[in-house]
Design a protein around this ligand. Sequence first.
Ligand SMILES: [Zn+2]
Length: 486
Amino acid sequence: MSEFDLVIRGGTIVTAAETARGDIGVKDGRIVALAERLPAGARTVDAGGKLVLPGGVDSHCHIAQPKRGPTRNADSFETGTASALAGGTTSVICFSPQFRGEGLLDVLAGYEAAAAAGAMIDYSFHIVLTDPSDRVMQEELPGLIRRGFRSLKIYMAYDTSALSDVQILTVFALARAEGALVTVHAENHAAIMWLSQRLVETGHTAPRYHPWAKPIAVEREACHRVITLAELTDTPIQVFHVSGAESAAEIERAQARGLKVFGETCPQYLLLDETDLDKPGFEGAKLIFSPAARPKENQEALWRCIRRGVLDVVSSDHAPWVYDSRQGKKAHGDNAPFNQVPNGVPGLETRLPLLFSEGVVKGRIDLHTFVAVTATNPARIFGLHPRKGTLAVGADADIALWDPELTKQVRNADLHHAVDYTPYEGMSVTGWPVATFSRGEPVWDGRSVLARPGRGRLLLRGPYDHIRPAGMLPTPFDPVAGRMRG
Ligand SMILES: [Zn+2]
C-alpha cells in the first residue's frame, strides 16, 4: 500500500514566494510531502506542463442571502460552491448578515445549517453588523468572535445597513478588545442619497447614471473617514472592493504611517468600466454594482496598486442576481430607476481565470503576486493560513491544477452559478483550472463537478497573528479599555 492517497506528479509548484518543479504527496487530506520525486500514490495525477497552485480563497462572496422584500440571491451553497471550485477556488468566506432588530446567533445558525447541507468546499462567515445594539455587542458578539468568527463586516452606505460614526467606533473598540478584523463597505451614504434623488427627479433613471450617483469622491471620503476612526481605536480593518485610485491613495497613506489598513479590489474594477453600463434598454442593469464602475483609465492605476501591495487581495464580491427575474435585477420592474436595482455581479467562477489572463498573461502582475492576492493573502488576513492559501507540508491539500495555455471564451452556459448572465460573456481568457482538489479529493476534472453537496467544512479561525493592531493609540487615554494607559 502506498504511503500517499494522492500524488500530483511533475508539475510546476507555485506559491506566493517560490516556484519549484516536483511532486506533492497527500495523505488524509493534507500535504505530507513536497519533493523532486515521490513514489506513486494510491492515485497519481500527471501534472506535466501544468501549474500546481494553492486553491483560491475567495474572502468576499454573497451566497444564499435572503433579503427583506422581493429580491433573492440566486445561488444556494450548492451552486455557489460548485461555481467556485470549477474556477479553482477551494475556500469561501461568505456573510451572516443581521437585519436590524435581529440577534446574531439565530441568523448565523441558519447560515451554518444551509452551508453544512450544501457547501462542496470549506467555508467561513463574516458577521455583518447592521444594528450594534448593547445586547448584541455585549451578549452575542464576544462569544461569536471567540468561537472563531474573527471578521466582522460593516456598511457606511445603504438605508438598511449604514452605521453612524459613533456606531462604527463602538464596533471598532469591541473588535480591538476581542481580536477581530473589521471589513468595511466605504461610501458616503448621505451624498449618494442626495445625488441619486437629484438624478431621478430630473429623469436620469437609466442604469448608465448609477456611476454618476456614486462618484469616486464618495468612496474616497468614506475611506479617509473610516481609516481615521480605525486609527482612534487602533483597530485593523480591510476596506472592501476599492474601486478607485484616489481611495487606494488614502489606504497607501495610512499604511505608510504604520496603520493596519488593508485594501481589497475585485475583477470588475480591473476589467469593466463605466461605458459598459451604456447598453440598450435595461441591459446596463447587469453592470450595476457598488462601488460603481469607473472610467477606463482608472484600471491601470488599480493594477499598479496591486503590484505595489497597497491592494493585496482580489476577491469576487460575488453577488448573484438573476437579470430577467422579479427576484433579481428586475425586482422593481423592467425599467426600474438605477437606484432600485439590486447591486452586484456574479464572479466566483471567473475570478482566477480573469485575473490570470489579464494579469499574468498580459504581464501586469507576476505569478507569485497572482497566488498571493487570490489565495495566500486572504488566507493570512482572515486567519486561515497556513492551513489554506499555500502549498506546504501540513497544509490542507486544496490545489488547483492549472493549464496556463488553455484559451477559452467565457460563456455563461458553461458556468455553474444560478445566474442568467456573466458580465464577461464572450471574453477570450487564457489559463483555466483543469482539476481542483479539496482536502485531497478531486472535486473538478475540467469538465464536471465531482463533489458532493455537504462535504464542505466550517472553518473556525483562531486569534490572528498576522493582523496585530499597530500599537498606535494616539492619546494617553485608551478609549478601548476606558482608562489611562501605562
Ligand atoms: Zn459585497
